[in-house]
Design a protein around this ligand. Structure first.
Ligand code: ZN
Length: 242
């Protein structure tokens, strides 16, 4: 079976300007995520960053990407609209998209959701407990009933997203809030998974359970190959005689 081709995209800014974050992710979050994915025999992962020409997301790169992973935070506004439109087009055609943490406010996620995607937050380094709320879903395969991250940023409800087509994780935070942490959507032929954890000042992407979720999400979001076309609104002749 051919390997699933993944592109891990990161704005790659925090790691360059904050020594504490650089210590956790010396080569960037994207490098840690790609290395974790590449340990799986069924996946081959490359990386792309904001500073590269066309943000590293040329037509050629996207044509050769089965699943795109997206981490952004401080530079959402620097992502060019024509690149967002290009990613959007590829998602509708079947490319999977995994949006991480503060990517909830990226141009591409907001465009695909059609809602404000606002939420509440608190940076207190508190404990997060992620509950599996869909134990039969492929993204929860091999995971315990719940797992914990000792220190994370809190994201709380209300999270202004469309009702997810599957809700795989719900987070509880020590401060008392809850949050829909693992949300699945389908847009066109493309599958989208939003996964909450991953604040840049904590070593979240080094966590084994988090890496397992990312591997599972890539396998779930890979394109389905069939001959069904994306609707383009044309008039059609009947298949049978009317
Ligand atoms: Zn954050």
């Amino acid at each position: 079976m051919p390997k699933i081709k993944v592109t891990v995209w990161n704005e790659f800014k925090h790691e360059l300007i904050n020594p504490k974050i650089k210590k956790i992710y010396p080569k960037g979050m994207h490098a840690v995520i790609a290395a974790a994915l590449n340990k799986d025999k069924g996946i081959t992962a490359k990386t792309a960053t904001l500073a590269e020409p066309e943000h590293g997301l040329t037509e050629e790169v996207l044509k050769n990407t089965d699943v795109l992973i997206w981490w952004g935070h401080m530079a959402h506004g620097e992502v060019k609209d024509d690149i967002v439109d290009r990613v959007h087009k590829h998602v509708l055609l079947g490319m999977g998209l995994v949006v991480l943490h503060s990517g909830h406010f990226s141009k591409i996620f907001k465009k695909l959701m059609g809602t404000s995607c606002i939420l509440t937050w608190r940076e207190a380094g508190e404990k997060e407990r992620l509950w599996v709320t869909h134990p039969g879903h492929p993204i929860s395969e091999g995971l315990p009933e719940y797992f914990e991250l000792p220190h994370e940023e809190m994201y709380g409800e209300f999270f202004d997203i469309p009702y997810p087509q599957a809700l795989v994780f719900v987070s509880w935070f020590k401060g008392g809030e809850v949050f829909r942490s693992g949300c699945c959507y389908i847009r066109g032929k493309g599958k989208i998974f939003y996964f909450r954890p991953g604040h840049e000042t904590h070593p979240t992407y080094h966590d084994k359970n988090i890496q397992k979720v990312l591997v599972n999400a890539v396998k779930w979001a890979k394109p389905v190959v069939n001959s069904a076309k994306i609707p383009n609104g044309q008039a059609v002749k009947p298949i049978e005689k009317i």
